[in-house]
Ligand binder design. Structure first.
Ligand code: TYD
Ligand code: MG
Length: 452
């Protein structure tokens, strides 16, 4: 029998070394190496061939995986997953502590159990009684919902073989450990091994699994990046501090698009789905105020309307402040530069703050026009009518560039009761959409002239 091999693994990036190192040469983290023992059976460099080697076949002759999506009936989750979960697939949900991951999965399991699917909740963090308390709060009282509190991987696999559930939730993957490894639960090799075995079992039996993962201080999923490579779908559950709503975002999805978001609100009775999030991000505003505009950003197939606010004030410092909350700081600097150079505003002695109301974070360039107008509006103290929306990307020479999927945005704007829309000339096809009047604009200068 081969001797067990000792190896040192970086807990930050997963790099391995035969000797202990104080500083990881890959990710420069200090003190991140932990000793781990590999038993001989896990050594992949054992003998030669496998007993049943795979044979090459023609792609045209491969029968496609049905890839059938089973709706969980949590509409916002289904939207992000691309219609529901796929049997045999693995989904990883990451998020800060207390954001509502356990609540979300419990509600999902409750829904599926109601649809007569056999589901199993594996909790390594909370006792069955604690889960029961939460389930009572959420009004979940289903027959097909099973619970087990187990941390040992081998025991868990045994349970899965016996119970044969349609879907399991592991809350969380960092608490599961394998007895074949000597390192502590939560270390890179434990997480990798546990997730690997569970996913393999899922693929073999057609059971779907949802793995709940912790995130590190920096906001990436704790444990190795390999975990993200192993699963079919990676979802992040996030929110801004002080806001009750939560956003579920897909960063990887082998069975659907990754640009959809799901919006929830945390209430006293669990997570509530928000079908029309625009209402959440548009603040109630009776009369026009300067520095506030409405812009739209696209999240998947849905158009979100949000309020952009800018405040431009005389600066007392040699280096004026440029603060962007919710949008990219670099983008703000670029727009300020264009406003200075092309439009001729004197902004170099002004502090500029830009904020996306509601705490949303957006990266779409279609917001450029809105940000520029908000800065101009605050600087000159000229209000913009609240029923006006602004769509367009601003280029370095002050030109307004077309944006994608303009029809979706305009249709939604008309539905929400907006009356005027300024859009890029390149997107302009007709004068009106419903009751919404469209105004094409070609350059930033022309646009500001038309608007004010
Ligand atoms: P939880 O799902 O335990 O978070 P995670 O698993 O991501 O750590 O949710 C915890 C928070 O949600 C907790 O601070 C209380 C709040 N909460 C509610 O506001 N309402 C509810 O009905 C429930 C179940 C939780
Ligand atoms: Mg939890």
């Amino acid at each position: 029998m081969a001797k067990p091999r000792t190896i040192y693994t970086c807990q930050n990036c997963g790099a391995q070394s035969p000797k202990w190192l104080g500083k990881c040469p890959d990710c420069n983290q200090w003190n991140s190496y932990v000793e781990e023992t590999y038993s001989a059976s896990l050594n992949t460099r054992s003998t030669g061939k496998n007993s049943n080697p795979a044979l090459p076949q023609l792609l045209t002759e491969v029968s496609a995986e049905t890839g059938e999506h089973i709706p969980t009936q949590v509409v916002e989750l289904d939207r992000v997953l691309g219609g529901g979960y796929v049997p045999g697939s693995a989904i990883l949900i990451g998020g800060d502590p207390g954001i509502g991951k356990s609540t979300l999965v419990l509600q999902t399991l409750g829904n599926l159990a109601k649809l007569a699917r056999k589901v199993l909740y594996v909790s390594g963090e909370e006792s069955a009684a604690q889960i029961k308390t939460r389930a009572d709060r959420l009004d979940i009282n289903e027959k097909n919902l099973w619970i087990v509190t187990e941390n040992c991987l081998e025991n868990l696999l045994e349970i899965l073989r016996e119970q044969k559930p349609d879907l399991i939730v592991i809350d969380s993957i960092q608490t599961i450990y394998s007895n074949t490894l000597s390192s502590a639960p939560g270390t890179v090799s434990q997480v990798r091994e546990s997730a690997g075995q569970i996913i393999m079992q899922a693929k073999a039996t057609g059971m779907a699994c949802i793995l709940v993962g912790h995130v590190t201080k920096e906001g990436s999923l704790a444990g190795p990046k390999v975990l993200e490579h192993m699963v079919d779908c990676v979802l992040y559950f996030e929110s801004d501090q002080g806001h009750a709503f939560r956003i579920l975002r897909a960063v990887k999805n082998r069975y659907g698009a990754t640009n959809e978001i799901g919006v929830f609100e945390m209430t006293g009775k669990g997570l509530k789905e928000i079908a029309n999030p625009s209402s959440l991000f548009l603040s109630e505003r009776g009369k026009p105020v300067s520095g506030a505009v409405v812009a739209t950003c696209l999240e998947g197939t849905r158009s979100l309307f949000l309020e952009l606010q800018a405040l431009v004030t005389q600066s007392g410092f040699a280096n004026p402040r440029r603060t962007a909350i919710g949008i990219d700081g670099g983008r703000l600097a670029l727009l300020v530069a264009v406003l200075e150079k092309i439009v001729g505003l004197t902004l170099h002695n002004q502090d500029i703050f830009v904020n996306v109301a509601g705490g949303l974070r957006v990266t779409e360039p279609a917001l450029d026009l809105g940000v520029s107008a908000a800065i101009f509006s605050s600087f000159r103290n000229l209000p913009i009518h609240p029923k006006t929306i602004l769509i367009g990307e601003v280029g370095l020479t002050g030109e307004i560039r077309p944006v994608s999927l303009i029809d979706v945005r305009l249709k939604e704007a008309a539905k929400l009761g907006f009356t005027d829309a300024y859009i890029p000339q390149g997107n302009f096809k007709k004068q009106t959409v419903g009751d919404l009047n469209l105004y094409p604009v070609q350059s930033l200068e022309e646009f500001l002239h038309k608007l004010f």
